[in-house]
Design a protein around this ligand. Structure first.
Ligand code: ATP
Ligand code: MG
Length: 448
């Protein structure tokens, strides 16, 4: 068989055998975000190109070379979102959400597109879980979103992530810092990589973010932004740290963190692992008090983060973090003959209506092959339906675990089977405080 084409480089297919892991992570982040009072927002996968130029920033790597930009048939310049904040901020302004009670706390789980060199942890289509706290200007807000990311890692059982924080000040204090930085790097210009040579002209702070060993060596000796913070920015940064200590969240201050996007002010942070290679930043975020105004809204503070789902999964796999097993088939209905096939279909329907996972043959296999298939998909139980069973209205339920058989009435099969499944679930739980009457009451309640 010759495929007509392959998947595009830097994209991943999520296959059915693996999807439960991603679903588990997604369900966890949704639940945690909602516990923190964040509600989901969904925005389109594409936006007008200028939205990203304005918000992410003209001098960033993302806008300079990573965007998937194209002209649509109407001649408009369209870009596939490279990150989630710009679209969320656009929607926040467009729908007047600033008129609602502030802060507006939103989260998203979304695909992002960047034309980057594909490698482990770096894809052209990837997924982000992100949160934004619009209208929240105090250090408590920065600490709250950091705590949310921290809670996700704790819930999932991810270990050894370093939280690194920094403040990049406001445009005022940054100006003095940029000048000092430019002077420092200009003296060492010849040793910088080509990208950093051009960064030196456009935005010298970005050199601090360079992954090349030579540039990061030079960057280590560069002036530190923390020495240039104005009094307000200094007080804000101190208070963020105070909140983190109060919440018992460990962190280190890393003055080289500047983040890749232009819209950040004051707090920036990353959760970094050294267990998944060079692309070790699993989550990055910070404050961007200038963004909403930049997009045409009234000045309003905001902060948020983006977490890479694929990198998070890579890290979980690397650490052998357990994923809860996906729901298996409760019962496979083996059938022999046409009448039994119809009975199996009807029975599956009734079982599914009760929330049980039931399957029957849709391939036309014989008895043995159906049993084999039931075993392969990990069905907990099987039942065989043939002419004799239909006539006697009695069937044998087989537990695949140990082969034990229980005879059940066909006409009350759903109720009887449901009791067996529930009883097993109770056995797993600690029911030592319940007596037989309690259990019957629970089982009866469910059956009715
Ligand atoms: P990096 O320094 O790794 O390029 P970044 O600063 O460009 O990251 P952000 O724009 O802050 O990243 O995005 C937030 C998170 O999204 C990152 O921390 C990472 O987990 C994830 N991410 C970013 N780019 C990619 C990509 N190309 N493939 C997979 N995940 C990514
Ligand atoms: Mg990047």
């Amino acid at each position: 068989m010759a495929l007509i084409t392959n998947a595009i480089k830097g994209t991943l297919d999520l296959l059915p055998k693996e999807s439960y892991k991603t679903q588990y992570v997604e369900a966890a982040v949704r639940e945690i975000a909602e516990n923190y009072g964040f509600s989901e927002m969904r925005t389109p996968v594409f936006e007008h190109t200028e939205l990203f130029q304005r918000s992410v920033g003209e001098t960033t790597d993302v806008v300079q070379k990573e965007m998937y930009t194209f002209e649509d048939k109407g001649g408009r310049s369209i870009t596939l979102r490279p990150e989630g904040t710009a679209g969320a901020a656009r929607a926040f302004l467009e729908h007047g959400l600033f008129n609602d009670a502030l802060p507006q706390k939103i989260y998203y789980l979304t695909s992002c597109y960047r034309y980057e060199k594909p490698q482990a942890g770096r894809l052209r289509e990837f997924h982000q879980f992100g949160v934004e706290s619009f209208g929240a200007g105090t250090p408590a807000a920065d600490a709250e979103i950091i705590s949310l990311a921290h809670a996700v890692f704790r819930y999932l059982g991810v270990q050894n992530l370093q939280l690194e924080i920094n403040s990049i000040g406001c445009p005022e204090c940054r100006k003095h810092f940029q000048d000092a930085l430019k002077a420092y790097f200009t003296e060492r210009r010849e040793d910088l990589c080509d990208t950093c040579k051009s960064r030196l002209e456009r935005n010298p702070m970005r050199i601090l973010d360079c992954k090349s060993p030579v540039c990061s060596g030079i960057a280590a000796g560069a002036p530190k932004i923390l020495d240039y913070l104005c009094d307000d920015c200094r007080a804000h940064f101190d208070a963020v740290q105070q909140y983190l200590r109060a919440m018992d969240i460990e962190f280190t201050v890393n003055p080289t963190i500047v983040r890749g996007l232009d819209y950040y002010t004051r707090t920036v942070f990353e959760f970094v692992s050294n267990e998944i290679g060079a692309q070790g930043t699993v989550c990055g975020g910070g404050r961007y008090d200038g963004l909403l105004e930049e997009l045409g809204g009234k000045p309003m503070p905001a902060c948020g983060f983006g977490m890479g789902i694929e990198r998070l999964l890579l890290l979980m796999e690397a650490q052998g973090v357990p994923f809860p097993e996906p729901k298996k088939c409760d019962i496979y209905l083996v059938s022999m003959g046409e009448a039994a096939g119809l009975e199996a279909a009807a029975l599956a329907e009734a079982l599914r209506e009760e929330g049980l996972s039931a399957q029957f043959d849709t391939v036309g296999r014989g008895l043995k092959a159906q049993m084999k298939y039931a075993d392969k998909i990990g069905a907990s139980y099987t039942v065989v339906l043939g002419d004799a069973e239909l006539e006697n209205r009695r069937v044998n339920l087989k537990a695949m675990r140990d082969g034990t058989q229980t005879e059940l009435p066909l006409d009350d099969f759903v109720g009887a089977f449901q009791s067996i499944v529930l009883r097993e679930a109770l056995d797993v739980l600690d029911t030592s405080d319940l007596d037989e009457a309690d259990i019957s009451a629970i089982l009866g309640g469910v059956q009715n």
